[in-house]
Design a protein around this ligand. Sequence first.
Ligand SMILES: [Zn+2]
Length: 336
Amino acid sequence: MTRFFFRLLILFLFPATALAAEKVAVVTTIKPLHSLVQGVMGETGEAKLLITGISSPHGFSLKPSQVRDMQGAGAIFYIDEAFESFLKNALESLPEDVRKVSLSHAEGVKLLEQREGGAWDEHDHDHGHSHAHSDDHDDHDDHKKEGHEDHKGHENHEGHGTEADNLHLWLDPENAIYITRAVAYELGRLYPENRTVYKENALKQIARLNDLDTTLRTRLAPLKGKAYIVLHDAYPYLEARYDLMAVGSLTLEPDTPASAKRLKEIREKIQKTNAVCIFREPQFDDRLLQTAAEGLPVRLGTLDPLGAELEPGTELYFTMMNTLADGLADCLQDPS
Ligand SMILES: [Zn+2]
């Protein structure tokens, strides 16, 4: 068959609507989010991942080709402009018809406030209640509880990320469920021809996330009350959900270096709380941690909040969460 007749046949078999059907083009930022988005998309297309390999969103910058991908996309899914700050200029310059979806604003997603300083207890008390979220919710009960034995002095509230929020929000499977729902809804609006597929995939993923939550709860229950220190404050969502006892971080974000004062505070904290472990992250230098732990009876563990060393794809989110639980258990459980 000549090419001409082949074209004619195509036109006959797939009239205008099918030929004009939009190509599914989706861009995402970090691996865990990409994993959840891809899970919803299934066979309908491949979501593009911006932060590949072991790169961290802290201190990342976009390549020109990535900006072009964004310009040609149907939708861009990201956590929050305050988290992927490298997106800011690109998002502003995008054509109107590119749908920009910040998952920190998704219905049902819970946000926690950023903790100030590294040795949290001492600083939580002056954590302001006068900031932008105060009128979004009733925080009087939280306020009363604050300052008691609860080491998690931060609050819960829904929606709208700002600089005042800790935005590592994907590390709570319940947030992952709300992200899944939001992604299915947005994609369904954009590509209605695939709506049923998105819905089915989302339901399957939500069921898996519920199972994951149960598994993690069982796995992490014996770690209650075991104090530990982390490199950067990436885990409050995991801690809040599973009642873990992180007592401090060396830095708020890995691109802000820890001061000598912070190091001293952390060393005191390790001694005061009998911290069992101090956790490194695969993509960052260990020197700081080693200095903090030097001469103290703490073990060195590894936690990877981004799945930095894992293959991108639908399984990544689940593997990453299970690996985090393994990392915590391996280090915090008493060696037998
Ligand atoms: Zn971080």
